[in-house]
Ligand binder design. Sequence first.
Ligand code: NAI
Length: 285
Amino acid sequence: MSIERVGVIGGGLMGSGIVEVNARAGLDVVLVEVSDEAAKSAHDRIVASLERAADRGKISPQDLAAALERISVTDDLERLADRQLVVEAASEVEQVKLDLFRRVGRILIDEDAILTSNTSSIPIVKLGAVSGRADHVMGVHFFNPAPVMKLVELIPSLTTAPTTMDRMRAYVTDGLGKEPIEATDRAGFVVNSLLVPYLLSAIRMYEAGYASAADIDRGMVLGCGHPMGPLALSDLIGLDTIRAIGISMYDEFKEPLYSPPPLLDRMVDAGLLGKKSGHGFYPYG
Ligand code: NAI
């Protein structure tokens, strides 16, 4: 039974990209945001991104129009009732996600419907436990920008049924044309467990005055062949999201390298969230 009707919760950086990926793959997508205004601005972001893809010749004008036809946006969670798969991509706040899983677990009509989270660090087993359908809950972790990045981490929890995992593997590979890797339900999974301590170390280095932001980034781009330096990458991911992931990983493992440095706390408190807010370690026009 292949997945044709998808719901996405949260249309920020990740959610809007996930909507685009699904619509371009020919799936019908309903996006739910917190308000009508937030839903409309998520829709504008998706349209702009699809138009950029068309300008670059990645999709034809016909495919652009067809993808847009498949997307609807709303602020009403009940619109998810007929979905076969929901991908939750709301802010990385445990209470927000618990509340959504509690509600959406009961809104979905199809008893085979799968409820997933794009969380970077919140235990999947907790989300399953409140959903009333723990065997149909797992993590599906896309990478930023979702329309470009090939990798998807698949995270079954202790309570996920093997058939749920099989269907999600088929959805990611055959449905979306992406490459899955499997990780256990531990904060950070594979990629963030390695990446986040590196990013936090770069922020600590900058905080301690070792070098300028530009030189730290140039060091890793020119010295290690990374496509982007750690501070520019932090800005791209979102400093609030990195901070939240670091806190979850520190809570779980008590490893000092995962603990967010004071500068990161202060920047988040000041609303300097990186590219999405217009300013982080660098300004964005
Ligand atoms: P973001 O801050 O860009 O977007 C979050 C969106 O969720 C906002 O538009 C907000 O209005 C919406 N939202 C909050 N509560 C909601 C609710 N109750 N119902 C509906 N919408 C709600 O955050 P971003 O970066 O898109 O992250 C979303 C999730 O994806 C987080 O769990 C994060 O850990 C994960 N993630 C983030 C990556 C990144 O590079 N930023 C990469 C992979 C995963």
